[in-house]
Each structure stands twice: as structure tokens, then as C-alpha cells.
Design a protein around this ligand. Structure first.
Ligand SMILES: Cc1cc2nc3c(=O)[nH]c(=O)nc-3n(C[C@H](O)[C@H](O)[C@H](O)COP(=O)(O)OP(=O)(O)OC[C@H]3O[C@@H](n4cnc5c(N)ncnc54)[C@H](O)[C@@H]3O)c2cc1C
Length: 493
């Protein structure tokens, strides 16, 4: 057993009080705070350990938001689409198919978008089509996320450089959070706490059930240290490798040998002359200090060799140079809530309807060809504990479905829903467990979130999924009808 030290009890200052406290300003937490303010909440605090918003999406240089559409309709909208509409005003800040291009099978368009990963569909059981996925410049998104908060500054107080450490509990209810900063250890009291730390930093200390199970065949046991390389011709890189699959095999192998056998890959960005180098360092736990340190130092100390290798071996990399290194480590998964509902592959391989649906999302899952699935409010809701919600990459899903529900669109979507639910609970004086879910859904639709089976949502969305059997024409979905247990063993490559 480790040696222990008994810390003394002490009184700490109550730094502030609010209706809704959001811990973590990533895709989920930022969306929660903004959505709560727009839903009418007046007294919101957003607490963030770093000096900027966006988490993985901005600080981790995860600069691609995939599969917002199914066929020719965009199902993922709301705050996620607002990011892109705002960034569209900034020259060169985003890249991705839009408008009539989405869903098209025109060969010229398919050729145009095939070089940009995930901008064409990738389910083998249906013809290829253009998909709405968006690449963005992370620093421009950082700026835009700040601007969104400034617009709501009458309702949201932002405290950066503040690390949420412990929930304040009264029986099974959360009453606030203790945090640490350069000012020391202080407390904030709140009616509702939204844990959007991505790692369940708060819910894991409340007595709410959660899981840390790992599955080595999924993405979520890996960490990353992303960096960007400039001076590249990505189009040349892609087209050379497409016509010569052996060359990409050699590049992947060569990169892997440089980083202790781990996987690493150049991916496109919003500009042809810049790539981001994504990596999957396994098995790593993004709440383990030693794993975090190892990932960062291992990748950083190899960057010069990696770029030299690409210059020598990869088409389009002759003039490559280090553009920049992500300011923070890429965290994929650690603790996951075991909430009132747990998403599994069966949510994708069968059609499930939920009365408490708060997002209707197409995702990267190939089982249903990325047709939209219903995400219920209960995935945000912890068992046993009150006044607490948990949107984002630690929301309630098993180790496999997690890979499809933890991406940026789903973090934004669950964050937006958590913010609205907290605002409705505060307004009506209920707990978030007993929140008026119909009111939450009404506000989400007002906030441009399409939900199924509603008269005030474009009827063509429902018609499209019904006409296509909810995407369940794939071999995997057919297998699920005969043998659901087999589907639980499925791992998407
Ligand atoms: C390398 C990599 C590649 C990926 N590729 C893609 C991709 O191509 N497309 C895609 O859509 N998704 C991708 N993902 C997944 C996606 O980026 C994340 O799951 C998503 O951005 C998580 O958002 P979040 O808000 O839930 O969590 P985070 O982004 O982790 O945000 C959590 C926020 O909380 C803050 N925080 C944490 N703990 C505390 C605390 N105790 N107190 C105060 N603040 C705290 C953090 O600083 C951060 O700002 C990838 C992830 C990684 C790591």
C-alpha cells in the first residue's frame, strides 16, 4: 500500500454562488453554458482549468467534425452548426461540403471530396455519397468560442485557470464544487452542477456509478499528442498514395517504428498546405499522470525525426516544416458515467425511440450507414445522485458505443441539452431528474436542434429515415436482428 498523509480539515472561502455551475469549457461545457443562457438562465458560471475554451477541439488540435448528415439531410445542427456558420465569415477558417453537395453521388464531387477524410460516406453496403463533415482552424474556433461567451456575459461568468477538485455533497445531492487556482482552494455553490470535465472529475466523487473498463480494440484506450506540419501539398500526398497503396503502407509502418510501434497518420486540414498528425498511443489512460507525461514527451521528442522521415518518404512533403504543437494532450477516454441509460451498439444496429430524446444524430457508426440515432436525456443523468448532469466524452455509453458518441458533435449536442435541462429545472424549481422534458425538447428545437416525431421539425427528416429503414439495410444491422449478442462484440475498424 502507498504511504499516506493525513490532510488537515480547514475552512475555505465561498468564492461565488450561482444557479448553474459548468465544470470544463470543452465542446460539451461551452455548449452547456451557452445553451443554458439562451434558454433563460441568468446566473451561470463556467469554470475551466486552462486559459481558453474548446478542450480537445481547440487545445488538442482535433480539427475535424465528422458525419453531420445522412443522405442529403443534415441532422446534427444546433450549436454545432452555429460554430461553422460563424467561422464561415472568417476567410479560410473552415472546409467541408455544404448545401446541395451533401448527399450527392456526382462523380466529380465524389472525386473532389474523397481526398478529405470522412467527407464521403464509408459504409460498404450503400453507394458512396458526399457527407457534411467540417474541418476548422482551432485558434479561430478558440476566438469564436470566447466571442460567444462575451455575448452572454450578462448571464455567464467565466473563471479560467480554475481546477474543479471536489463536489460539495449534502446526502445524495450535489450543492457545489471546491476548486483550486493560483488564489488557493475555494468553493462555488450551485443549484445544478454540470460535470463537463470529460473525465468525470466530479461525478466520480459523488457515489454515482461509473465505469473505467477498457477495450483494447477500441479507440478510447489511446491518448495523443497532435502537431501540425506546414509546407505540404496534401492533395499530392493523397493522390499518390491512392494510386499506390503500397506507399501508404510503408509510410504508416515507418512512422510507427519511430514511435515505439504506435499508430500515427497525417490527416488533412482546412488548408492544403497544412496537415495534422493524429496519433493513437495505446494503452494509455488520460487520468494517469505518468501516461499523460509519457505521451507528451514521447511524441514531442520524436517530432523532428517524424518530419524528416515524411520529407524523405512521403509525396507532397518535400518542403515540410513543424507548424505548431497542440498546447494540450489529446484525451479520449477515462471514466464513463453509468447513467440512467447506457448507449450500446444495439442503439445503432436496431431502431430505438426514446420519449426523452435530446439529440437525433448521424454519427460515424457504419452499422446503420450513419443514419441518425436517438440519444436519450438519461445518458446525461447519473444514477443515485441529484443536481448533476454529465454531457460530453464521459457520458453514459459502453466501451464500443463510446467511440461513436464521444465525438465533437455528440459532445456539443449532449452539452447543449444539459444546459437547456439545467435552465428549465432552475426556472421551474425542479431537480434535473424530474425536469419537464417536454419543455427541454421544445427549447432545443427552438435552438435549431432537430428532434424526431415533431410537427415543428422539417418532416422530410423523418420521411428520409423511414424510407431508408433507419439505415438498417447493412449486413451488420441484419445480423443484429438475428443475433443481437453478436453485435455487442462488433468493433469498428
Ligand atoms: C487525438 C484525438 C482525435 C480525435 N479525433 C476526432 C475527430 O476527428 N472528430 C471528432 O469529432 N472527435 C474526435 N475526437 C474526440 C473529440 O475530440 C472529443 O471527444 C471531444 O472534443 C471531447 O469534448 P468534451 O467537451 O467532452 O471534453 P474535452 O474536450 O476534454 O473538454 C473538457 C474541458 O474541461 C476542462 N477540464 C478538465 N478537467 C477539469 C477540471 N477538473 N476543472 C476544470 N476544467 C477541467 C478541460 O481543460 C477541457 O477544456 C478525437 C479525440 C482525440 C484526443
Amino acid at each position: 500500500m502507498n504511504k499516506m498523509f493525513q490532510e488537515e480539515a480547514r475552512s475555505i472561502e465561498i468564492f461565488d454562488e450561482c444557479d448553474i455551475l459548468v465544470c470544463g469549457g470543452g465542446a460539451a461545457g461551452h455548449s452547456a453554458a451557452i445553451a443554458a443562457a439562451r434558454a433563460g438562465a441568468k446566473n451561470i458560471i463556467l469554470m475551466e482549468r486552462y486559459g481558453y475554451m474548446g478542450g480537445d477541439a481547440t487545445g488538442g488540435y482535433v480539427i475535424m467534425v465528422p458525419h453531420l448528415s445522412y443522405k442529403n439531410k443534415q441532422f446534427v445542427r444546433g450549436l454545432q452548426e452555429e460554430w461553422f456558420q460563424r467561422l464561415k465569415a472568417v476567410p479560410g477558417a473552415i472546409l467541408g461540403p455544404e448545401g446541395d453537395e451533401v448527399g450527392s453521388n456526382d462523380p466529380a464531387l465524389l472525386d473532389r471530396w474523397s481526398s478529405i477524410w470522412d467527407c464521403t460516406s464509408n459504409c460498404q453496403d450503400s453507394p458512396k455519397r458526399v457527407v457534411r463533415s467540417v474541418y476548422f482552424e482551432p485558434n479561430q474556433l478558440k476566438i469564436e468560442m470566447d466571442k460567444m461567451l462575451v455575448e452572454e456575459s450578462a448571464r455567464i461568468r467565466v473563471y479560467c485557470h480554475s481546477w474543479a477538485c471536489r463536489p460539495i455533497m449534502e446526502n445524495d445531492a450535489v450543492k457545489g464544487v471546491i476548486f483550486e487556482s493560483k488564489e488557493g482552494r475555494k468553493a462555488i455553490l450551485a443549484k445544478v452542477v454540470i460535470d463537463a470535465t470529460g473525465d468525470g472529475d466530479i461525478f466520480s466523487q459523488t457515489g454515482a456509478p461509473y465505469s473505467e473498463t477498457k477495450d483494447l480494440d477500441t479507440r478510447n484506450v489511446s491518448t495523443a499528442m497532435v502537431f501540425r506540419v506546414g509546407g505540404v501539398d496534401y492533395e499530392q500526398f493523397f493522390r499518390t498514395n491512392r494510386s499506390n497503396p503500397e506507399s501508404i503502407g510503408k509510410i504508416v509502418q515507418g512512422l510507427s517504428e519511430l514511435v515505439e510501434g504506435q499508430r500515427m497518420m497525417p490527416l488533412p486540414s482546412e488548408r492544403n498546405d497544412v496537415v495534422w498528425i493524429n496519433n493513437w498511443i495505446k494503452p494509455m489512460n488520460c487520468i494517469d499522470v505518468k501516461d499523460l507525461t509519457k505521451t507528451e514527451m514521447m511524441i514531442r521528442t520524436k517530432i523532428r525525426e517524424i518530419i524528416a522521415f515524411l520529407k524523405d518518404n512521403a509525396a507532397g512533403f518535400d518542403d515540410a516544416f513543424l507548424y505548431d504543437i497542440a498546447p494540450q494532450l489529446g484525451a479520449r477516454c477515462s471514466r464513463r458515467l453509468v447513467g440512467e441509460y447506457v448507449m450500446t451498439p444495439l442503439d445503432y444496429a436496431t431502431h430505438k425511440e426514446h420519449d426523452d430524446v435530446i439529440a437525433w444524430h448521424s454519427t460515424i457508426c457504419r452499422m446503420n450507414d450513419s443514419a441518425p440515432v436517438e440519444i436519450p436525456y438519461r445518458v446525461l443523468l447519473p444514477q443515485k445522485v441529484d443536481n448533476l448532469l454529465a454531457p460530453g466524452r464521459h457520458t453514459s455509453a459502453d466501451a464500443v458505443a463510446f467511440d461513436w458518441i464521444s465525438l465533437i458533435p455528440q459532445c456539443v449536442g449532449t452539452g447543449q441539452a444539459a444546459g437547456v435541462a439545467a435552465a428549465v429545472a432552475v426556472e421551474k424549481g425542479t431537480t434535473v431528474r424530474d425536469v419537464d422534458i417536454k419543455r427541454v425538447q421544445d427549447i432545443l428545437v427552438e435552438q435549431d436542434v432537430p428532434l424526431p416525431r415533431r410537427k415543428d421539425v422539417d418532416p422530410e427528416l423523418t420521411e428520409l429515415v423511414e424510407a431508408n429503414d433507419y439505415g438498417l439495410y447493412t449486413k451488420l444491422a441484419k445480423m443484429a436482428k438475428e443475433n443481437p449478442e453478436e453485435v455487442l462484440k462488433y468493433r469498428q475498424p
